[in-house]
Design a protein around this ligand. Structure first.
Ligand SMILES: Nc1ncnc2c1ncn2[C@@H]1O[C@H](COP(=O)(O)OP(=O)(O)O)[C@@H](O)[C@H]1O
Ligand SMILES: [Mg+2]
Length: 263
């Protein structure tokens, strides 16, 4: 049986839901945590391409949903990454499966694998019902008002544990100042914050030129590694953890002062 179950979803398309799912899976796997990445984006899968396995897919999640194959037979090891296994998504699907079918699929996957962590890339139509059963649900958004509003409009089970992941924080924000602040974004999304990933202009090229290779990308990898640590009960900074020593002390002192001023 799978240890911990994590759903990754988004209110709006194109904001990085699949990217966050695969990067978080990668972060767990690199820490030696055995990880299953499942693609439940009905008719619109991405993970097989991102993991460089598009040509190798024989069975997919639809075959498991219809109980045509054992979930283990439908899964593939991600060649370039130890400890990472992919259950590919289906290109053929009209609409989304019903609640009962999705719950049965979730239980089949949870019981059918023995990985430490299972991460599912899930569309918003499916997350409503599954969020009740997963340990954590992560709602990915960028800093656009449209995406933040779509995040606030997502429906989750009342028993779900839901956190926001902010993606594509511009590294040159100080110069542009066109985005809402993190605090404003939290307010708009209406969810507690789990992680902030930076915008990395080199990422889309990686996806195209070397799918499945995952060269080091600290702007995403550091926040994802820290998120993976926090999700398994450890302590790690929200961002990179790169502020150390005297600069860290100064930053903390400033924060303390500000808190006193605001009190
Ligand atoms: N942090 C990031 N920095 C740069 N590009 C990103 C980042 N996150 C996602 N992207 C790019 O945005 C596009 C959409 O991402 P994707 O994960 O497919 O979104 P979704 O699954 O929400 O539709 C992809 O081309 C991806 O490479
Ligand atoms: Mg996607």
């Amino acid at each position: 049986m799978v240890g911990k179950t994590i759903l990754v979803t988004s209110g709006k398309g194109g904001v990085g839901c699949s990217t966050v799912a695969v990067r978080l899976a990668l972060a767990f796997a690199r820490r030696g945590v055995t990880t299953l990445l499942g693609d439940l984006a009905w008719g619109n899968p991405a993970q097989d391409v991102l993991c460089g396995l598009a040509e190798r897919v024989v069975y997919d999640v639809r075959d498991v949903l219809c109980a045509r194959v054992d979930p283990r037979r439908a899964s593939l090891p991600v060649v370039s990454v130890q400890n990472l296994t992919l259950l590919p998504g289906t290109t053929v699907f009209d609409g989304v499966p019903g609640d009962a079918e999705v719950i049965r699929l979730f239980e089949t996957l949870r019981g059918g694998f023995d990985q430490d962590v299972m991460i599912l890339d899930v569309p918003k139509e499916t997350v409503t019902v599954l969020s009740e059963f997963a340990d954590v649900t992560l709602a990915v958004t960028d800093f656009s008002t449209a995406s933040l509003r779509a995040t606030a409009a997502l429906n989750f089970s009342q028993r779900a544990t839901v956190r926001a992941v902010f993606n594509r924080y511009p590294t040159d924000r100080e110069k542009t100042k066109i985005y809402p602040t993190v605090r404003e974004a939290i307010d708009l999304a209406g969810l507690p914050l789990a992680a902030i990933l930076f915008d990395d202009p080199r990422l889309p090229q990686d996806d195209e030129i070397s799918p499945g290779q995952f060269p080091e990308r600290p702007l995403l990898d550091a926040p994802c590694k820290n998120l993976s640590v926090r999700l398994t009960g450890g302590h790690a900074p929200l961002l990179t953890g790169l502020i150390r020593g005297r600069k860290r002390q100064k930053t903390l002192a400033q924060m303390g002062k500000r808190r006193l001023e605001n009190a």
